[in-house]
Design a protein around this ligand. Structure first.
Ligand SMILES: [Zn+2]
Length: 218
C-alpha cells in the first residue's frame, strides 16, 4: 500500500489517497463527498483497514476515505466554501441555478479545489469503475454499466438498484463520469443513521465481494 496526497481542501488540509495493487483495472472508491454522511466514511475507513490486512485482487485501487475532509471535520454536507461538491462537477448539465441552498453548486463548474484534484486524477487514470459512498435512503444509483458489481452488492445488502434517483442532480459525479465519460459509477447510499458496526458488517463484505467482478473489467 502506498499513500499519496490526492489534493488539498479549501482549508489547505491534504486529501489523502491510499493505493493498492499494481496490475489490472483501475477503480476509485470515495468516502465523505458529503461530510455529514459519516456512514460512507465509516465504510471507507473499514475497507482501508481490511485492504491493509489483505488485498487479494488483480486491481489497481485508489481509496480516498475523506474526500471532503473539511466537511467531515465540520460535519457539514458542503465544503468550506459552502459548495456541494456533488453538484459542482463540470457536466454538460451544470448550472448555478439552484432550488435549495443545500445543493449550492458554486459560482462556476469545477471551481472547488477538491473537485479540481478529482477531475485531474480521473483524466489521468480513466478508472473502469467508481464507487462513491454516501448515506441517505438505502439504494445503489448506477450510471453506466455497473451491473456485475451492483448485482452482487444488491444481493448481499438488499439495496435496490436505480439508474435515476428521481430528481435532477446537475454537476454530480455519476453524470460526469458514468454518463459523460464512460466510467461506470455507483453512488452507494447507505441507510442514514445506521450504526458503525452495522455499516461494517453489512456493506464492507458486499463491496469486497463485488471487487472480484471488477477484476474482469476490460
Ligand atoms: Zn451524499
Amino acid at each position: 500500500m502506498k499513500s499519496t496526497k490526492f489534493g488539498t481542501s479549501v482549508s489547505n488540509i491534504p486529501l489523502i489517497a491510499h493505493h493498492f495493487g499494481s496490475e489490472g483495472p483501475k477503480i476509485l472508491i470515495l468516502g465523505g463527498v458529503h461530510g455529514d454522511e459519516v456512514e460512507g466514511v465509516v465504510c471507507a475507513q473499514a475497507l482501508l483497514s481490511e485492504f491493509i490486512e489483505d488485498f487479494p485482487y488483480k486491481l489497481q485501487l485508489t481509496l480516498v476515505p475523506m474526500f471532503n475532509v473539511d466537511g467531515v471535520l465540520h460535519q457539514s454536507r458542503k465544503n468550506k466554501n459552502g459548495v456541494d461538491l456533488n453538484r459542482n462537477l463540470p457536466t454538460n448539465d451544470w448550472t448555478n441555478d439552484v432550488a435549495e441552498e443545500r445543493y449550492y453548486p458554486g459560482t462556476a463548474a469545477n471551481s472547488e479545489p477538491e473537485n479540481q484534484a478529482l477531475t485531474a486524477w480521473l483524466e489521468e487514470n480513466n478508472p473502469k469503475l467508481i464507487i462513491s459512498l454516501h448515506s441517505w435512503k438505502p439504494l445503489l444509483n448506477t450510471n453506466g454499466d455497473c451491473h456485475p458489481e451492483a448485482d452482487i452488492i444488491s444481493e448481499m445488502t438488499g439495496l435496490e438498484i436505480k439508474e435515476s434517483i428521481g430528481y435532477p442532480t446537475p454537476g454530480c459525479l455519476g453524470t460526469y463520469t458514468g454518463l459523460e465519460r464512460g466510467m461506470p459509477t455507483i453512488t452507494y447510499e447507505i441507510e442514514r443513521g445506521m450504526s458503525a458496526p452495522e455499516v461494517i458488517k453489512m456493506h464492507v463484505p458486499a463491496i469486497k465481494k463485488a471487487l472480484f467482478a471488477t477484476q474482469e473489467r476490460k
